[in-house]
Design a protein around this ligand. Structure first.
Ligand SMILES: [Zn+2]
Length: 460
C-alpha cells in the first residue's frame, strides 16, 4: 500500500483497505504443484514395523502413495514437501533421493522435506541385501528392488509437482482427534507398551488448505500425532492404516483434492483402541471428518515469503555396554536389541570406534510471519511438544516428526529416566542409546534454526 498518499485520513485508509481486500484475496501469492504416485509393492515383500512377521505380505488391502507438494512464493523461492504411506525414510534411502532431485531441479537440500506416515503395514525399505531376521536371500533382494523403485517414484513425484506450478492460496487451522493415546503404561514391572489415559498426548490436527484461484481446495496437508499401528503384526497385508483411510476419506468428500498426511510427535502414542481393520477405518474416518470440519471454518491466511532451513543436531549417545554384555545381547539373534548389539560388535571388529553422537537432521519452514513448520527427524516422543512450544512460543506452530531420517526413537530425558520401549534409541545405524542431555541439544538446535528461518522469538 505504499502508493497511497500519506495525507489519507485514517477512516479513508480503512475504507480503501476494505475495498481492496477482495482484490488482494483474488491475487494468489503462491504457486503450487501437486503429484501423487502409487508405491504399492507389486511383488510380495516383507512389511515393516513388527519384527515378528515370518513371511511377505498376503494381499493388498489398500494402495500406498507418495505425494508431493511443490511450493513457490512470490519471490520465486521454492520447496517440495513429500509425504508417504511408509514406515519411514532412513537417511541412507532419503539422501540419494534428495541428491537426485537436487541434481535434476536445482533445488538445495534444505528445500526438500521427506516425511512418512509410519504405517506398520507398508513395505520394509532397505538397500541392504544381506539375509537377516526372517528374510531369505530372495526376500532381501526383493526388498532392495522395491526400495530402488520407490526411490525412482519419489524423484518422479517431486519432478512432476515442480513441473506444473499454478497460482494458489494457503491457509491453515487446527482441529482435534480423540483416538490419540499415550502408550506408556506404568506397571509393577516398569513402563510397558499399553494405554496411559493420564499420559501426555498431542491430539491436535493441523490442517493446511491449498486453494486454487477459484477458492476451491486443490490439496489438504494435515496431521495427527499418533503411531499408524491400529493394525498389528497379525495383519500381514498392505495398508496405510488410519492415515491411509483418512486420506481416502478426504478424496471421497473432496474429489480431485490431493490429501497429504504428515505425522507429528507420535513416538509414544498409539491409536486407541486398536487391533482391527475396522478400527483403522474408524480412526481414519474420524480424522478425515475432523479435517473436513476444519476446512469449513475460518482459516488463517498463510503468506510468504518462504524460508526453509535444515540443520543437524548432534545428539549425544550413551557409552556402549562392555563387550561381554554386547556379545550376550547379540547372541539373542532376534529383536532390536540383538540387532543393535550385532552392529556395534561389527563396527568394533572392523576396528572402528563407536560414535559418541548421532547426527539428526532438523528442518524448519517459515511461512512469512504466519506459520512455522518444524519437521524433526526420528520417532520423537510427545514431551518435545511442550518443550518446543516453550522454546519457540506455542502459536502459529506446526510440529511434525518422522522427517528426512527415521533412525529410531528420540526419547526425552524423562522417558530415559522412567524407562520403557521408547528409550531404545537408534535402530538403524545401530550405534546405541541417547543420553538425557540429547533433549537439550535437540531443543537448542531447533530454537537456533527457527531464529535462522525468521521466526520471531517468543515473548518472555
Ligand atoms: Zn514407531
Amino acid at each position: 500500500m505504499n502508493h497511497l498518499p500519506t495525507t489519507l485520513r485514517p477512516s479513508l485508509l480503512v475504507a480503501v483497505l476494505l475495498l481492496s481486500a477482495p482484490l488482494q484475496a483474488a491475487e494468489p501469492d503462491w504457486k503450487v504443484g501437486l503429484a501423487s504416485v502409487k508405491i504399492t509393492p507389486e511383488r510380495p515383500v516383507f512389511l515393516s514395523g513388527y519384527g515378528s512377521r515370518t513371511k511377505p505380505f498376503e494381499k493388498v488391502e489398500a494402495d500406498l502413495f507418495v505425494r508431493a507438494l511443490a511450493l513457490e512464493d512470490g519471490t520465486g523461492q521454492r520447496a517440495v514437501l513429500i509425504t508417504s504411506d511408509l514406515l519411514g525414510f532412513p537417511a541412507a534411502i532419503a539422501e540419494p533421493i534428495c541428491e537426485r532431485i537436487q541434481k535434476q531441479t536445482g533445488l538445495k537440500r534444505e528445500q526438500l522435506l521427506l516425511t512418512s506416515s509410519h504405517t506398520h503395514t507398508g513395505p520394509i525399505v532397505s538397500l541392504d541385501a544381506r539375509v537377516r531376521d526372517n528374510l531369505t536371500e530372495g526376500d532381501a533382494q526383493r526388498t532392495v528392488d522395491y526400495t530402488r523403485q520407490l526411490q525412482d517414484r519419489v524423484v518422479e513425484a517431486a519432478e512432476k509437482a515442480l513441473a506444473k506450478l499454478e497460482p494458489a492460496r494457503l491457509s491453515w487451522g487446527t482441529g482435534v482427534v480423540h483416538f490419540v493415546m499415550n502408550r506408556r503404561q506404568f506397571t509393577p514391572g516398569g513402563v510397558a507398551l499399553g494405554a496411559n489415559p493420564r499420559g501426555l498426548a498431542d491430539r491436535s490436527v493441523p490442517v493446511l488448505r491449498v486453494d486454487g484461484p477459484d477458492g476451491k481446495p486443490r490439496a489438504v496437508v494435515f496431521g495427527a500425532a499418533v503411531h499408524n499401528t491400529t493394525l498389528r503384526p497379525q495383519h500381514n497385508f498392505v495398508c496405510g492404516d488410519y492415515a491411509g483411510f483418512a486420506q481416502s476419506y478426504l478424496q471421497e468428500q473432496h474429489p480431485g483434492v490431493q490429501p497429504m498426511f504428515v505425522l507429528g510427535c507420535a513416538g509414544d502414542a498409539d491409536p486407541y483402541p486398536h487391533g482391527s481393520l475396522e478400527l483403522a477405518r474408524e480412526h481414519g474416518a474420524a480424522l478425515g471428518k475432523e479435517v473436513c470440519r476444519v476446512l469449513e471454518t475460518k482459516l488463517q491466511p498463510v503468506r510468504g515469503p518462504l524460508k526453509t532451513v535444515l540443520g543437524y543436531a548432534d545428539l549425544p549417545l550413551q557409552e556402549a555396554p562392555p563387550r561381554a554384555e554386547l556379545e550376550k545381547q547379540a547372541a539373542a539373534k532376534r529383536g532390536v536389541q540383538a540387532w543393535v548389539a550385532q552392529q556395534m560388535l561389527a563396527r568394533l571388529e572392523r576396528g572402528e570406534k563407536l560414535p559418541t553422537t548421532y547426527r539428526c537432521p532438523q528442518a524448519v519452514w517459515q511461512f512469512g510471519s504466519d506459520l512455522t513448520l518444524v519437521a524433526l527427524s526420528g520417532e520423537v516422543v510427545v514431551d518435545y511438544v511442550p518443550l518446543l512450544e516453550n522454546a519457540l512460543g506455542p502459536q502459529r506452530l506446526w510440529l511434525a516428526a518422522y522427517a528426512n531420517d527415521v533412525f529410531g526413537y528420540v526419547p526425552s530425558a524423562r522417558v530415559l529416566r522412567e524407562g520403557g520401549y521408547e528409550t531404545r534409541g537408534i535402530y538403524a545405524g545401530s550405534i546405541g542409546l541417547f543420553q538425557p542431555k540429547a533433549e537439550e541439544v535437540l531443543v537448542d538446535t531447533v530454537r537456533r534454526l527457527a531464529t535462522q528461518a525468521g521466526r520471531a522469538a517468543p515473548a518472555k
